[in-house]
Design a protein around this ligand. Structure first.
Ligand code: HEC
Length: 164
C-alpha cells in the first residue's frame, strides 16, 4: 500500500518515511506501534519517543528540586538518592546527545556533582549547603555554555527552599 498523502505531500512528509515499507515513523494506525513496525522503524520510533537532552533535563529539574527540599529537611539520605539519580539522567542525556556530553562531564559530573555527592555521604549542614550552591551555579553555567541561558531565569533556580 502506498501512502497517498506522502506521495502528494512532498518533502516534509517523505523525509519521515522509511523507504522500504513506506512506513511513517510518527504515524501509525496500529496500537501496537512498536511490535507491528519493521525493525528499523521500531528503533526510530523508540528514539523519537525517548527524546533528546530535554527529557533528561526534565527529570534532572524535578530531582534537583527534590534534592533541595530534602537538604532543607535535613533528610540527607533522600537528597543523596535524588542526586545520584540525576547523574544517571544526565549520562543518559549524553548518550542521546553526544555533543552535550563534554560540558556535562567537565562542568558538572566530574566536578560540582561529585562535591555534593561526597558532602551528602558525610553530611555537615554547612558543607552540604555550600556544595548545593556550587552545584546550582554549575547547572546554570552549563545552560550558558550550551546556549540556553534563558533556562536560568525561572523559579526552579530562584525560589527554592534554600534560597535566601
Ligand atoms: C550539558 C550542560 C548542562 C548541565 C550540566 C545541566 N543542563 Fe539543564 N539543560 C541543558 C540544555 C542544553 C537544555 C535544553 C535542552 C534542549 O533544548 O533540548 C537544558 C534544559 C533544562 C531544563 C528544561 C527541561 C525541559 O525541557 O523541561 C531544566 C529544568 C534544566 N535544564 C535543569 C537543570 C538542572 C537543575 C541542572 C543541574 C542539576 C542542569 N539543568 C544541568 C544543559 C545542561
Amino acid at each position: 500500500m502506498f501512502n497517498r498523502k506522502a506521495l502528494l505531500g512532498g518533502l516534509a512528509v517523505s523525509t519521515l518515511l522509511v523507504s522500504a515499507g513506506v512506513m511513517a515513523v510518527n504515524q501509525t494506525d496500529s496500537r501496537n506501534w512498536l511490535s507491528d513496525a519493521d525493525e528499523e522503524t521500531r528503533y526510530e520510533r523508540l528514539e523519537y519517543y525517548l527524546g533528546g537532552f530535554s527529557s533528561a533535563m526534565k527529570e534532572t529539574g524535578d530531582r534537583y528540586r527534590h534534592t533541595e527540599q530534602a537538604i532543607y529537611d535535613e533528610n540527607y539520605e533522600l537528597a543523596y538518592y535524588h542526586w545520584d539519580k540525576i547523574k544517571g539522567a544526565i549520562e543518559r542525556g549524553g548518550m542521546k546527545r553526544p555533543d552535550r556530553r563534554e560540558n556535562a562531564q567537565a562542568m558538572f559530573l566530574d566536578t560540582a556533582w561529585k562535591e555534593l555527592a561526597e558532602a551528602l555521604q558525610d553530611p555537615d549542614e554547612h558543607d552540604v549547603r555550600g556544595a548545593f550552591t556550587q552545584a546550582k551555579a554549575a547547572c546554570m553555567a552549563c545552560h550558558g555554555a550550551e546556549e540556553v541561558p534563558f533556562m536560568n531565569d525561572q523559579p526552579l533556580f530562584r525560589d527554592g527552599p534554600l534560597s535566601d
